[in-house]
Design a protein around this ligand. Structure first.
Ligand code: S3P
Length: 179
């Protein structure tokens, strides 16, 4: 079986930070699904949402996931919404191991409150209050938690540095004989 590790988790959970470090430690390749989509479309993710709509983005997301799921010895950082699709879950579970980088609502708020590049948060307007952002995070988390929890492994990142989280994943991979 090909060896792919997928990283899932809410926006801001550290997927795109931890992914390349993990790949470097293992000597594996690395893909960030959003960056591959941006290269393919020639647009920033935010522009795809604004100009082509979320449905188009999700179709491109699934198409691109299918393409890169044929790699081997590869770490793939997913978008926060990638797992929220039965079709994508099937591709993920059929081609590798899925790690969920778990994060509390409060940690998510702290990491996202100044971000303006996540169209899924709809917080592009300047007058985005803490209450509005927390409500949006809560709604999205509730809608997605059942997908995140289908992961093969869950790592709580709230009290774990990037290095510690990488160490935990490497330990699981080596114990599972996956490397
Ligand atoms: C999204 C998360 C983003 C990106 C897009 C949609 C989501 O990825 O795929 O903005 O629906 O949660 P990150 O989780 O890397 O921010």
């Amino acid at each position: 079986m090909k060896q792919i590790i997928y990283l899932t988790g809410f926006m801001g959970s550290g997927k795109s930070t931890i992914g390349p470090i993990l790949a470097n430690v293992l000597g594996w390749d690395f893909y960030d699904l959003d960056r591959v989509i941006e290269k393919k479309t020639g647009k920033k993710i935010r522009e795809v949402f604004e100009q082509d709509g979320e449905d188009f983005f999700r179709r491109i997301e699934t198409e691109t996931l299918k393409e890169i799921s044929n790699n081997d010895k590869t770490i793939i950082s997913l978008g926060g919404g990638t797992v929220a699709s039965e079709e994508n879950i099937k591709i993920l579970k059929g081609s590798g191991k899925l790690f969920y980088l778990k994060m509390s609502m409060e940690a998510a708020y702290g990491r996202l409150k100044y971000k303006r590049d996540r169209p899924a948060l709809k917080n592009t307007s300047e007058d985005f209050s803490k209450e509005k952002l927390m409500n949006t995070i809560d709604e999205l988390m509730k809608a997605r938690i059942s997908y995140y929890e289908q992961a093969d492994f869950t790592i709580d990142t709230d009290k774990s540095s990037v290095g510690k989280t990488v160490d935990k994943i490497v330990k699981i991979i080596s114990q599972a004989g996956f490397e």
